[in-house]
Write a protein that binds this ligand. Structure first.
Ligand code: ZN
Length: 108
């Protein structure tokens, strides 16, 4: 079994740089980027938002709110979170994997 799925843990400075570059692109350019993952709108109907639903997901670099570590919230992880785990699109990754593991959020 090949377990080489990239979960954005321990990204190299180069990966962070690339993710930040893509995150700053125009949405139309992001949509056409090979790392973009298209959203399945039928699976997002649990989200009742007045805003628009995402058409696609893109890798999102972020700094952990607790320890400051930089990680990347991968596009395919976002897709899973929103479409399978039924997360709300207002939810964003704020803590790195280690910190989230260390203090399991009380509402999950
Ligand atoms: Zn952390």
């Amino acid at each position: 079994m090949n377990q080489e799925i990239d979960h954005g843990r321990d990204p190299s400075p180069k990966q962070i740089e690339e993710a930040e570059r893509i995150a700053a692109l125009h949405p139309e350019q992001q949509k056409g980027h090979p790392s973009a993952v298209l959203a399945d709108l039928a699976k997002l109907n649990h989200i009742n938002t007045y805003g628009s639903l995402p058409e696609f997901y893109i890798d999102q670099p972020f700094s952990c709110r607790i320890c400051g570590k930089k990680e990347i919230w991968k596009a395919h992880s976002q897709k899973w979170y929103y479409e399978e785990a039924k997360g709300h699109t207002d939810s964003k990754a704020v803590a790195c994997h280690d910190c989230r593991k260390a203090r399991k959020s009380p509402d999950s």
